[in-house]
Ligand binder design. Sequence first.
Ligand SMILES: [Zn+2]
Length: 153
Amino acid sequence: MVISREEIMKILEEVKDPEIPVISIYDLGILRDVRVNEDDVEVIITPTYTGCPAMLEIQKDINNQLKKEGINNFRVTTVLSPAWSTDFMTEEGKAKLMEYGISPPNPSDENDIECPHCHSHNTKMLSQFGSTACKALYKCNDCQEPFYYFKCH
Ligand SMILES: [Zn+2]
């Protein structure tokens, strides 16, 4: 293949999380690696939560994005080990989440959650499960705004 790994990575940067359109699959840590072989391109991904319906959509988006760029010889390989965790999220991805209004995973202390609106740490959990199992609903005691926290996995 005449295309470089960097170029493929750049193309795949356009594939976003279907639920959080500001964060790419690379920022999420789903896109693990890209290998450019002699006659094809291998895209290596790790699914987030088992049975997460978004994963099917993500695979479809990867296919569409590569084809749109004229890359037809590729395969998507799913690796399950090491299992995905929020630790794979990039710092840039976490910053984008915060900007979008979702508090990013805080592995150092899950009892100390920052409000994405006013950045206060005076927050409380309203519900363990938000719109999806990976998020919890919080409320800020300072600005009174509700927000989602992306739970650690
Ligand atoms: Zn606040």
